[in-house]
Design a protein around this ligand. Structure first.
Ligand SMILES: Cc1ncc(COP(=O)(O)O)c(C=O)c1O
Length: 377
């Protein structure tokens, strides 16, 4: 079946009790035990599992081509669980991308994860750097592609090959591409991580995350144990929202991609722009790899305004339709000056603005950008 069909049917069926087409939300935290002590429904207690969580996990696992999905209360909770579930027989050392979601850097700097795991950060698009980093005992290689905020494209097949030769596992944060555009498990990854808060939720109204494993086994069991015993679970309503988001994800992704392409082409020729980062442009260094490993180029792009900090801030301040806000993947186009958000360790140039291109009409978005760029004189 095609992803468009899977997204609407996997893990979902007409409710046998009511005939409801839309999956009902099951808020019960506890489920009846039969006289013989068994749980005929398969559910026992809400922290262990719940019908809405099961539906979402089933649908996501099928879409990613994984054995199972394990959901958490946020993308960061999923990332934390993915790292903590690294089997103890693997070296407790992580090879991370230097350009990665800033929250992972904070997780390492500000929680015990940084003390429990050795780590190094490298340019994941430089295969020689990946080889050098993996020449030391490594447990997990972390790929984020396209990356945040520089929209760099890492070659999943090539990095996974190097990691495998060194005995390391490979995790891919697939939040930006989504399973509609990129299937990391088919390209050599062992696990996929998601902030479902972004494109899957799709409407900026739910926080939720997931890890999808290629094969069931020790790591999957460990992830389930973290979910159940550490208790960082998504609510039934969060799962319901994310599952509803999955149903429309294929249709929404088409518009995100089309809008981003139009805006990138417009910005690429603009006199006030120094650089544009978007793998859909043939001039982009990630274009060839992205064309191979992605079905389309996604809805994220970044551009560097000529001048620097003040000019970028002026452009952002003069937008009327595009909203100044963090996060991505929703209906509304959002813009963010990443250097201000990330602070001194940022990879983002001072003139860089990151755009999460939403679902408005691209002509209106381009008109808004034109006015804001014209304000520079
Ligand atoms: C690529 C990526 N991964 C993970 C996260 C964290 O997700 P959450 O905010 O749901 O915890 C984000 C958040 O922006 C992200 O952009």
């Amino acid at each position: 079946m095609r992803p468009e069909t899977i997204a609407i049917h996997a893990g979902q069926s007409v409710d046998p009790a009511s005939g409801a087409i839309a999956t009902p939300i099951c808020l019960s935290t506890t489920f009846e035990r039969a006289g013989d002590g068994s749980f005929s429904s398969g559910f026992e207690y809400g922290r262990d599992n719940n019908p809405n969580r099961r539906s979402l996990e089933t649908c996501l696992a099928v879409l990613e081509g994984g054995a199972s999905a394990i959901t958490f209360a946020s993308g960061m909770a999923a990332i934390c669980a993915a790292i903590e579930s690294l089997p103890s027989d693997k070296p407790q050392r992580l090879v991370l991308p230097d350009d990665m979601y800033f929250g992972i850097r904070s997780l390492i700097d500000e929680t015990d994860i940084g003390r429990r795991f050795a780590w190094t950060a490298i340019d994941m698009t430089d295969l020689a750097a990946v080889e050098a980093a993996c020449s030391e005992p490594t447990g997990l290689v972390w790929i984020e592609t396209p990356s945040n905020p520089l929209i760099k494209v890492a070659d999943i097949v090539a990095v996974a090959k190097i990691a495998r030769q060194s005995g390391a596992l490979v995790a891919v944060d697939n939040t930006w591409a989504t399973p509609l555009l990129q299937k990391p498990l088919e390209l050599g990854a062992d696990i996929v991580v998601h902030s479902l808060t972004k494109y899957v939720g799709g409407h900026s109204d739910v926080m939720i995350g997931a890890v999808v494993v290629k094969a069931d086994g020790a790591q999957a069991e460990s992830l389930r144990a973290i979910q159940k015993h550490k208790g960082s679970i998504p609510s039934p309503f969060d799962c319901w929202l994310a599952l509803r988001g999955l149903q429309t994800l294929p249709a929404r992704m088409r518009v995100h991609c089309e809008n981003a392409r139009e805006i990138a082409q417009y910005l690429a020729g603009h006199a006030r722009i120094d650089a544009i980062y978007y793998p859909g442009l043939p001039s982009d260094p990630g274009h060839a790899i992205a064309s191979r490993q992605m079905r389309d180029f996604g809805g994220m792009l970044a551009f560097v305004v000529k001048g620097g900090h003040a000019e970028a801030m002026q452009v952002a301040a003069n937008l009327r339709l595009i909203t100044r806000a963090t996060s991505l993947g929703g209906t509304h186009t959002l813009i963010e000056h990443r250097a201000s958000v990330e602070g001194p360790n940022t990879m983002a140039p001072e003139g860089l603005l990151r755009l999460s291109v939403g679902l408005e009409h691209h002509d209106d978005l381009i008109a808004d950008l034109t006015c804001a760029l014209d304000s520079l004189g």
